[in-house]
Write a protein that binds this ligand. Structure first.
Ligand code: C5P
Length: 219
């Protein structure tokens, strides 16, 4: 079974995807990581974020183990890291270079320890449209920019990273604009939509599980 969860930053996709992966024993691919890895390589090597050629070279050479290694860097999920990810994700050749790696995972899904899984949950922006258009179930999860910015702001605070709410809100809106301008980032026509602005994590999780189980029972 392949499930995709797409939607804007901080909509609750990651938390939902990780909980679903655990409950249904599925492998989990957070596809934002591929762009964060390339963006971080650009930052670590001091390259300008508009340098397409350098970003393409990093994308072409990215492997799963390399991505996991880079994810340990504190900048991976920082405000700067997010900005860098969004910048390189806007480059069509970078996206093209990272496509195969993301699609391969659906044919050979593995857990974090490398053992084989029977299916996968993807989260990202284009997983139900470009990466896995034939997914069994597709969700599109969103929330208002203010609610999402507040969630991210709290995450930064919890990690002790410097941030102020206004700046995070500004970046949330800028990233939405950047992320949704490109093809494939719009919801898949067959995606089930969820607005999590006024729902708790548990409420979303329970509603999504009910849909998955209904779908499984119908197969
Ligand atoms: O989901 P996350 O915030 O980690 O994603 C980081 C960035 O990677 C996003 O802002 C977006 O620009 C890009 N991204 C993408 N397509 C995906 C996943 C993430 O363009 N499938």
């Amino acid at each position: 079974m392949i499930i995709t969860i797409d939607g804007p930053a901080a909509a609750g996709k990651g938390t939902l995807a990780a909980s679903l992966a655990k409950k249904y024993n599925l492998a989990y691919f957070d596809t934002g990581m591929v762009y964060r890895a390339v963006g971080l390589e650009m930052l670590l090597n001091g390259y300008d974020l508009s340098d397409n050629k350098k970003a393409e070279a990093f994308a072409e050479n990215l492997t799963f183990p390399k991505m996991m290694e880079l994810s340990k860097n504190p900048e991976f999920r920082s405000l700067n890291g997010s900005r860098a990810a969004s910048a390189v994700a806007a480059m069509p050749k970078v996206r093209e270079a990272l496509l195969q790696m993301q699609q391969n995972f659906s044919h050979n899904p593995v857990f974090a320890d490398g053992s084989k899984a029977d299916g996968a949950i993807y989260d990202g922006r284009d997983t139900g449209t470009v990466i896995c258009p034939h997914a069994d179930i597709k969700f599109f999860v969103t929330a208002s920019p203010e609610v999402r910015a507040m969630r991210r702001f709290k995450e930064y605070q919890e990690k002790g990273q410097a941030a102020n709410y206004e700046e995070v809100l500004e970046q949330t809106i800028a990233r939405d604009k950047n992320d949704y301008a490109r093809a494939g980032s719009q919801p898949a026509a067959d995606a089930i939509h969820f607005d999590t602005s006024d729902l708790s994590i548990d409420e979303v999780f329970n509603q999504v599980c009910a849909i998955i189980e209904k779908k499984q029972a119908a197969v």
